[in-house]
Write a protein that binds this ligand. Structure first.
Ligand code: 13P
Ligand code: SF4
Length: 352
């Protein structure tokens, strides 16, 4: 049986959104639809997982332990005993849940919710890199297709990438690790490894060739934009009561301008751990700040919603209700691909 706390009550959702007048109004406008979704989820025993980038009304359909970043949600999917999982996020995340739960029905409200990082590469690209760097393990970012995962030795997320890379290098007794497919994150991770005194060399698309994998949202942030935000909103570098945080997928010069960088959950944790921060800017998908604002009403989150993920936005309440009602769209991964992708995910999950 799934724990009764997995599906929040209507009252609980309202109380979470009440501190933000705009979110509360949205809640009141969609109250009946939310009630229908909760009733369907309870009746069919659905585990609803929600990524940090979901719009607040969607995000709050998930319980406390069912919300989070890619790593937390993969772990949660692996523990679940619900017969149906609805993944409120993008397709590669739902595929990961299916890879970990082959016997369960995994649904996504809109299967066209993709990711710019999963699109440019095929399994053939990984095989080519392996040919160029024989003996080097392949660490693949979770933002990738099931087919690419199946070609990899390890999967990582932005919350554990450096750790997985170090582990892969040690286990394969090599200094060279192939990292796929995010070119900007590859460059950022290489800098982090050098800073920490590691001699690991990362080979990632764009380092020595003209291939490029990038997040179409995070690549748009610039160092200049961050400097302007700092000036306009009293967010001085290293200021005692404010912070500028950026996601790993931003360009290296943007990380250099930030007070903090990390995965979506790293950023949420930093907010929790720094109650002295009263003004915060997050260089990431803008709904993340909306979700943190309802959790931390005393903090002013400066939001620039021209930075949004068009894929994440496809997951709406209306589509979720239809998905639960008709039990569509079911995510499938061919068994041989699933089996090999699972090995790579399990290697990640086994790293402490
Ligand atoms: P996280 O793994 O940090 O949740 O990020 C996923 C993602 O798609 C970032 O753009
Ligand atoms: Fe992919 Fe970027 Fe959207 Fe994340 S924000 S799902 S990396 S396109």
């Amino acid at each position: 049986m799934i724990e009764p706390t997995c599906i929040p009550t209507l009252e609980r959702i309202e109380s979470r959104l009440r501190s933000q007048p705009d979110q509360h109004l949205e809640f009141l406008a969609h109250r009946e639809l939310i009630e229908r979704i909760l009733e369907l989820a309870a009746r069919k025993r659905v585990l609803i997982l929600g990524h940090n980038y979901m719009a607040p009304l969607v995000y709050n359909l998930s319980g406390e332990r069912e919300r989070g970043d890619s790593l937390a949600l993969s772990r949660r999917a692996a523990q679940s005993d619900a017969p149906i999982i609805l993944f409120d996020g993008v397709l590669f995340m739902a595929e990961t849940a299916k890879i970990l739960n082959p016997e369960k029905k995994v649904l996504i409200a809109d299967p066209t919710a993709g990711c710019s990082l999963t699109e440019p590469f095929t399994a053939e690209d990984i095989r080519e890199y392996r040919g160029l760097y024989p003996g080097s393990p392949v660490v693949t970012y979770i933002n990738s297709s099931a087919e690419i995962k199946a070609e990899s030795d390890y999967i990582c997320t932005s919350a554990n990438a450096a750790r997985v890379i170090r582990h892969a290098a040690a286990e394969h007794r090599t200094r060279r690790v192939i990292f796929f497919p995010d070119s900007l994150m590859g460059a950022n991770l290489q800098q982090e490894l050098v800073r920490s005194g590691s001699d690991i060399e990362l080979e990632y698309p764009g380092r020595r060739d003209r291939r490029f994998g990038r997040c179409e949202v995070h690549e748009q942030f610039t160092a200049r934009h961050l400097r302007e935000i700092r000036l306009q909103h009293r967010l001085p570098r290293g200021g005692p009561d404010s912070a500028v945080m950026v996601h790993w997928e931003c360009p290296p010069e943007v990380l250099a301008e930030a007070d903090f960088h990390g995965s979506t959950s790293d950023m949420a944790r930093a907010v929790r751990e720094h109650p002295e921060w009263k003004r915060i800017y997050l260089a990431t998908e803008c709904e993340m700040a909306a979700n943190l604002a309802s959790e931390f009403p005393e903090v002013e989150f400066i939001r620039s919603c021209s930075f949004f993920c068009r894929h994440m936005r496809k997951i709406t309440l209306e589509k979720i209700a239809a998905s639960l009602e008709q039990e569509v769209f079911e995510v499938t991964v061919p068994e041989p691909v699933r089996h090999r992708a699972r090995l790579a995910i399990d290697r990640m999950l086994a790293i402490p």
